[in-house]
Design a protein around this ligand. Sequence first.
Ligand SMILES: Cc1cc2nc3c(=O)[nH]c(=O)nc-3n(C[C@H](O)[C@H](O)[C@H](O)COP(=O)(O)OP(=O)(O)OC[C@H]3O[C@@H](n4cnc5c(N)ncnc54)[C@H](O)[C@@H]3O)c2cc1C
Length: 320
Amino acid sequence: MKQIPKDAIKCLDKGFVRLVDSMGGDDAIIQAARVSYGKGTSKISQDRGLIRYLMRHRHTTPFEMVEFKFHCKMPIFAARQWVRHRTANINEYSLRYSEARDEFYYPDLEHIQFQSALNKQGRKGKVPTELKQKVLDYFKEISTRSFSIYSELNEAGVARELARAILPVNLYTEWYWKNDLHNLLHFISLRSDSHAQYEIRVYSDAMAESVKKAAPFAWEAYQDYVVKGMRFSRIEQNLFEKKLPVRVVDDMLEDLSYQITATLHYNKPREEGDLFQLYQKQGGSDSESDFKLKWDSGEIELGNVRELREFISKLKSLKK
Ligand SMILES: Cc1cc2nc3c(=O)[nH]c(=O)nc-3n(C[C@H](O)[C@H](O)[C@H](O)COP(=O)(O)OP(=O)(O)OC[C@H]3O[C@@H](n4cnc5c(N)ncnc54)[C@H](O)[C@@H]3O)c2cc1C
């Protein structure tokens, strides 16, 4: 396919990602998690909370109920990295069966950089314009020359499956690629990351657009718990346990007691007179007058009760 389809997202100079078909979205995740049929009667906020819970606790199978099928066109060297993601179903344009097309990837000048000294798998720094132009000229020279030899071999009747081996890896290929949301998010987490090669990152970012539309709650949870969430190693936790002043941990625990109280009250309003007791039940240790001052300040943030309680138990483990 030489032209970029109207409903596709253009990637690199001649490539694209196009969502061909999809099955399900946030609803399908909820449905599977509740092992029920239909939407049920739950509120939107409960659905969001459940998806966030599943993502936080890596309860992943409900996310596998959502499927995406993409038509993608990318340089062979990007496909080489892409194909390492083994959980997808792929059907690729065959150069044994069909003739190759004269379509090669030529990088934008701004993406021609030096080898990074720090990251052995990365690029960095500004390349002088003359050298950039030279790189681009070489790309074009080798592509044009190899394609003309390929065409000559083709015309002479040499088998296409052999003649193709003369073509470089910046040749464009196409495939249909189908995967479920859990594995697609895994792909995106690796390939939209700043450590991934630019040329595959643009495809990963393009596919992410479909996820955002089909499963906005799952996407939000993925951002909060996977992309922007942090895990600490045992060594790092040991450091926290040793170095983090107990007073700081206690301050955070105190804040959490307020947040849980406010959230419980928001979810199911209590009598004014019962609030202090509710706060104490959540582990709050301020005096009643301090509690009233803070409560009236209106500065207490709401959260998710279950998540806040999980955070409390993590913080408490740091005080051991
Ligand atoms: C920045 C970066 C640099 C890389 N550099 C290199 C490199 O130098 N050399 C290189 O060879 N590769 C490299 N890779 C590829 C990398 O090692 C993985 O092969 C690729 O990212 C696919 O990851 P995956 O196996 O988790 O994904 P998938 O194949 O999609 O698998 C998803 C998950 O399913 C499970 N799974 C799937 N198949 C199996 C199986 N057969 N057995 C057990 N569990 C399975 C695993 O839990 C896996 O995490 C690089 C990847 C990145 C992102």
